[in-house]
Design a protein around this ligand. Structure first.
Ligand SMILES: Cc1cc2nc3c(=O)[nH]c(=O)nc-3n(C[C@H](O)[C@H](O)[C@H](O)COP(=O)(O)O)c2cc1C
Ligand code: SF4
Ligand code: SF4
Length: 269
């Protein structure tokens, strides 16, 4: 099928989703015509593009078995006429539950035909030196699988003439989706004396939730717990306080240490 362009579009506070999407594109052997990183609120506030005769590799992390709300809201505003989608989720070695189904359904509601989908594993946002949860993933084996997934998508495209030939795509998940977890504001980040005021954490935050004027403290009301600021801080000056979230990190590191592998799905014909 003659796809005019491929586009990358992702929400990726700690970069694992971006990394896998880029590798899939490499495997497809095509340079992306556009790359839209919707992690930052300014980008999400722009009017989304209408896609025609193109393929969009779209990616998002799994938050509590669902898509992050900000990402879901943006993706649901896209529109497509005859364009194809490949929705991909990244999860932290626990489970992706309904997130991939939600992504596929969201793309379909916008008018995309989903050709394939994938669930890959990324280092958990809550992972740290103390509590290792899928640390350093995606690793080489994950990237090889992402590359091979891209190659297979390219092969599929060559074998079809028009979106009408693409059959249904089945992915794991249940509808109605699981209830979104309502976490109240949590003050879970401590800024230590190692902070040198470099400001790197400010643009790393997808929620404008860091108060420069208050010694880079986090505003709990806006925070989405993505831990991007913790991972981006060059001084290691942002650390998780003792509390519920650190308790979850400990539990995840103990209960989900067995390695999970990427899964890919392809539409029927
Ligand atoms: C609030 C929150 C909820 C999460 N929920 C899940 C989950 O339900 N299952 C899971 O395996 N990982 C979960 N994760 C981990 C992320 O899905 C994982 O680290 C992902 O690779 C992050 O993507 P990014 O690097 O593109 O930000 C969660 C992370 C956060 C911040
Ligand atoms: S990135 Fe770290 S060192 Fe730099 S301002 Fe933020 S907390 Fe301080
Ligand atoms: S302040 Fe909260 S939302 Fe912002 S980067 Fe840190 S954890 Fe993520």
């Amino acid at each position: 099928m003659n796809i005019q362009n491929i586009h990358l579009m992702y929400f990726s506070p700690t970069q694992t989703t971006r990394c896998i999407l880029e590798e899939i594109a490499r495997g497809m052997g095509r340079a992306a015509a556009t790359v839209t990183d919707i992690t930052q609120p300014e980008i999400r506030s722009r009017k989304p593009t209408v896609f025609e005769s193109d393929l969009v590799l779209m990616g998002a992390p799994v938050y509590s078995g669902r898509l992050p709300k900000d990402a879901a809201r943006y993706f649901s505003r896209l529109s497509a006429r005859g364009a194809l989608a490949v929705p991909v989720v990244l999860y932290g070695n626990r489970a992706y539950e309904d997130a991939l189904l939600e992504f596929k359904n969201t793309a379909q509601a916008c008018g995309f035909v989903s050709l394939a989908a994938g669930a890959f594993i990324g280092e958990h946002s809550f992972s740290s030196k103390e509590y290792n949860i899928a640390q350093n993933r995606p690793d080489k084996a994950d990237l090889d699988k992402a590359f091979a997934f891209g190659q297979k998508i390219a092969g599929l495209l060559e074998s079809i003439q028009a979106p009408g030939e693409i059959g249904p795509l089945t992915v794991p998940g249940q509808f109605p989706y699981k209830e979104a977890v309502a976490r109240g504001p949590m003050d879970f980040i401590q800024v230590t004396e190692d902070c040198d005021g470099c400001g790197v954490c400010i643009p790393a935050c997808p929620a404008n939730a860091i108060d420069e004027a208050n010694r880079y403290a986090t505003r709990p009301e806006g925070c989405i717990y993505c831990c991007a600021c913790i991972k981006a801080c060059p001084q290691g000056a942002r650390i998780m306080k003792e509390g519920p979230l650190k308790g979850i990190a400990k539990m995840l590191s103990e209960s989900f240490s067995a390695r999970k592998e990427p899964e890919t799905f392809f539409a029927g014909r």
